[in-house]
Design a protein around this ligand. Structure first.
Ligand SMILES: [Fe+2]
Length: 532
């Protein structure tokens, strides 16, 4: 790299790192316990109608951000930054490769000033009472040649495991659909199918075969290490672009909020239960679109797809969303894993948190409804009908009269989407994606290491994903309906919210008895919703 290019890279990196820190510091936890008094209906229009530069017409987002959550100044700033990105990009062709020492690569890109910003934020008076962002930890399964079998049982990619059809006692990751979208030609295509066989007594899983652009590869093949890299690249590409961004933000989050705002008035009991898990979604999605999805945004700069391939993937993948993935037991059943006998650590972790959410939702709903009068609540019927219509593959409600238990399950799935799923597919990648020496977000055909500009963009993007949001473990009692005519029920609703916090606290204490692990999802780390 010439001296002049080196100087340009230093200036470029300094400027965009400064911007990342300002974004991190500017985000403070929102109050999610005050329900807006009024709001206009939310109408949904194709994303492309709002952002003509983004050719996605199959996904619809709110035509206008509701006034109570609008962040006009920040949206203008993000639009300016998107324009700045076009004229003074954070990317520089020919930037040097990252250090071969992965810890040094992390230290250089996630430097002292980024870490100081985290400490400053954690020390602020309005800081959330949660563990501040720690430097990324290298999961044991990423040391040496990545252990795909372990990664299939715990961590952000555990949700891809399913029983392989027509192959006895075999499991798979099937990420072949990603091969349908155009990718940058100097990179390997980010698609793969991995077959796994259980170890003795089904106590572990072992990857035994990978199908990818390199062909059909088994562990004895000289290309096995490269095939493992491609498989992980496929998993992380799908997790970041589809599971996190498209499913959690643009489909689940956007529709959940729109239906709630359109059908549940502010003083409806169900609105009070849902509010902290949806407020801010439309505004936050817009900010993220301007940072990540616009041309030359984070997604195009970091992952392997071309911009047109990226937009086609997002538009199409939205239709694959299924709310069932937010219900761990139901999801595991659909994937043929419930009787597998495998040590599915992430499944057990998620199931325990989901049970707390389900119990909370049912306890709260039963204060206001009985099974035989739920059907008469028109706002709830309208809310369910709109969600069932909007959400690809529907709500999956069983036919027959609506019960409190069935409604609680729908509610718990949305709370889970906004907190657990968002953590697992978004913020948790901090401990995985930054180790590009073993877990690549893109795989170069010539075997070179990721260049510094791509790596810095990846680090800053993950850094912003980890801004401090409103925590799940907080007292939502102020949301209880004010009922002068029925003070007992108001007190019981406050107690129901307190019980939710207590149950999460107990689970957190129980989990804290064993050493911290990068794959684990802790109640104390979860946020009330997906919004920055
Ligand atoms: Fe997110």
């Amino acid at each position: 790299m010439s001296l002049i290019n080196s100087l340009r890279w230093t200036i470029r990196k300094g400027l965009w790192n400064f911007i990342a820190r300002r974004k991190y510091l500017a985000t403070v936890p929102k109050d999610v316990t005050s329900v807006a008094a009024v709001w206009p209906p939310v109408s949904l229009i194709p994303l492309n109608d709002i952002y003509p530069a983004i050719p996605i017409t199959d996904i619809r987002i709110a035509k206008r951000v509701p006034a109570d959550e609008a962040r006009v100044k920040e949206e203008r700033m993000m639009a300016r930054l998107a324009r700045l990105c076009m004229v003074f990009s954070p990317m520089q062709a020919g930037s040097p490769p990252v250090s071969p020492d992965p810890h040094q690569a992390v230290d250089e890109a996630y430097g002292k000033r980024h870490r100081q910003a985290v400490l400053r934020q954690a020390a602020a008076p309005e800081a959330a009472p949660k563990r501040p962002l720690q430097p990324p930890a290298l999961p044991p399964e990423l040391q040496g040649t990545p252990d795909l079998g372990m990664l299939a049982l715990r961590g952000p990619y555990a949700g891809y495991l399913r029983k392989a059809s027509h192959r006895p006692d075999t499991f798979e990751w099937n990420l072949t659909a990603l091969g349908s979208y155009s990718h940058q030609t100097h990179l390997y295509a980010p698609w793969a199918q991995v077959l796994f066989k259980p170890g003795p007594g089904h106590a572990s899983l072992k990857a035994v075969y990978i199908q990818c652009e390199l062909g059909s590869i088994d562990p004895g093949h000289a290309h096995w290490p490269m095939a493992v890299r491609i498989a992980l690249c496929a998993a992380t590409t799908h997790t970041a672009l589809v599971r996190h961004w498209t499913w959690t933000h643009l489909i689940g989050g956007e529709f959940f909020s729109a239906a709630t705002r359109n059908h549940l008035p502010p003083d409806h009991p169900l609105c009070r239960l849902l509010w902290p898990h949806m407020v801010g979604t439309h505004a936050s999605n817009r900010l993220a679109i301007l940072g990540q999805l616009v041309p030359e945004g984070d997604f195009e700069a970091i992952y392997s797809l071309t911009y047109s391939g990226l937009c086609q993937l997002l538009g199409k993948a939205g239709q694959d969303f299924n709310l069932r993935v937010c219900d761990p037991e139901e999801d595991a059943r659909q994937r043929g894993l419930l009787d597998s006998g495998l040590p599915m650590q992430t499944y057990s972790n998620c199931r325990r948190i989901f049970q707390v959410m389900l119990a909370h939702a049912e306890r709260y709903l039963r204060l206001y409804y009985a099974d035989d009068n739920l059907e008469t609540d028109q706002p709830i019927r309208n809310w369910l009908a709109e969600l069932d219509r909007l959400i690809p593959n529907g709500l999956g409600l069983a036919p027959g009269p609506l019960t409190c238990a069935a409604l609680a399950r729908v509610v718990a799935r949305f709370i889970y989407l906004a907190s657990v799923q968002h953590e697992q597919f978004g913020t948790q990648l901090w401990n995985y994606q930054l180790w590009t020496h073993t877990h690549p977000v893109r795989v170069y055909r010539d075997g070179r290491r990721v260049p510094e500009d791509v790596y810095q963009r990846l680090v800053n993007s993950n850094y912003i994903l980890n801004v401090v949001r409103s925590p799940l473990m907080q007292d939502f009692a102020p949301l209880a309906l004010n009922e002068p005519a029925c003070p007992d029920r108001q007190r019981q609703a406050e107690q129901a919210f307190a019980r939710f916090l207590l149950d999460l606290t107990r689970l957190q204490r129980k989990m804290a008895r064993t050493p911290w692990a990068p794959w684990a999802l802790y109640p104390a780390d979860l946020e009330a919703n997906i919004n920055a």
